[in-house]
Design a protein around this ligand. Structure first.
Ligand SMILES: Nc1ncnc2c1ncn2[C@@H]1O[C@H](COP(=O)(O)OP(=O)(O)OP(=O)(O)O)[C@@H](O)[C@H]1O
Ligand SMILES: [Mg+2]
Length: 269
């Protein structure tokens, strides 16, 4: 059984906007997957569905045997303990130290009074410290989050996500707020750590070159459907054109939604 299975996922926003038409994919433990596609393609919507922040109109998402799309809000809150999320804008608590921010990744595992008063036992602290070390920021443990640089903030966010000991990490444009050099470093860190830990990771990325360098697999989304799913070396220039501009007929790989891609292209593929 794959770690994640998405089947015929359809999402319609309240204003009637059909953001995802029919998305199907599956992914195994330990895979590092880049989701690519032009603005508005539905990348963020897909990640938000996987962690249950956005409800599906149809279709199914199964994470490690649990059907996300059928869960109540209470069940979703519980499931989210094991879904790490990394946002473009970090989402740290500014006035708290880096260490405490990382410890919030342990909140889902804290029980009873500890969760109410924010007391974290030794085990939680050791996990948080180990993960700060993994991202090279042990020396910043006591720095307030708002005094950290952008790259440091995102590394703290990565340490927080892995402290959840997640089944999947979802990263939505994690390096879009960083300069090009830092983008490479932070993405390299994220991919290295996810590989070391064997955690399935989905990364929404605008930069194709980064996606090709750090991810095992690329999934191209256009107009709410999967139009490419393959290894970095299968992503030809023609394919990139199709994903971003859909103005050229190309030969499709077998495992993508050929009728969808053909209708997007307006070509009789
Ligand atoms: N809350 C919302 N209500 C209505 N429509 C929305 C909402 N959020 C997103 N959309 C629309 O759904 C489609 C997919 O949006 P989504 O944010 O998933 O795209 P994206 O691929 O992440 O784009 P970007 O690269 O710009 O982040 C777009 O047409 C967008 O305008
Ligand atoms: Mg987005």
């Amino acid at each position: 059984m794959p770690m994640l299975e998405v089947k015929d996922l359809r999402v319609v926003y309240q204003n009637g906007n059909e953001a995802l038409k029919s998305i199907s994919l599956s992914a195994e433990k330990g895979e590092i997957v880049a989701i690519i596609g032009r603005s508005g393609a539905g990348k963020s919507t897909l990640l938000r569905c996987i962690n249950g922040l956005q409800r599906a109109a149809a279709g199914q998402i199964v994470l490690d045997g649990e059907v996300i799309t059928q869960m109540s809000e209470a069940q979703l809150r519980k499931a989210r303990r094991q879904i790490g999320f990394v946002w473009q804008e970090y989402n740290l608590i500014d006035r708290l130290p880096a260490m405490t921010n990382v410890l919030t990744g342990r909140l889902g595992y804290n029980s009873g009074i500890g969760s109410l008063v924010g007391y974290f036992n030794r085990e939680h602290r050791e996990i948080a410290l180990r993960n700060l070390e993994r991202v090279g920021l042990l020396h910043r443990a006591n720095f307030r989050a708002d005094r950290l640089s952008g790259g440091e903030k995102q590394r703290v966010a990565i340490a927080r996500a892995i402290s959840q000991q997640p089944k999947i990490i979802l990263a939505d444009e994690p390096v879009a707020s960083l300069d090009p050099e830092l983008s490479v470093q932070v993405l390299a860190d994220l991919a290295r750590i996810a590989r070391e830990l064997g955690v399935l990771t989905f990364i929404n990325l605008h930069q194709i070159e980064l996606a090709k360098s750090f991810c095992d697999r690329l999934i191209g989304i256009a107009q709410g459907r999967v139009v490419f799913d393959g290894a970095p070396d299968q992503l030809s220039e023609a394919m990139i054109d199709m994903i971003y501009r859909f103005d050229k007929p190309v030969v499709m790989p077998q495992h993508v939604d050929v009728p969808a891609a053909a209708s997007i292209l307006g070509a009789g593929v």
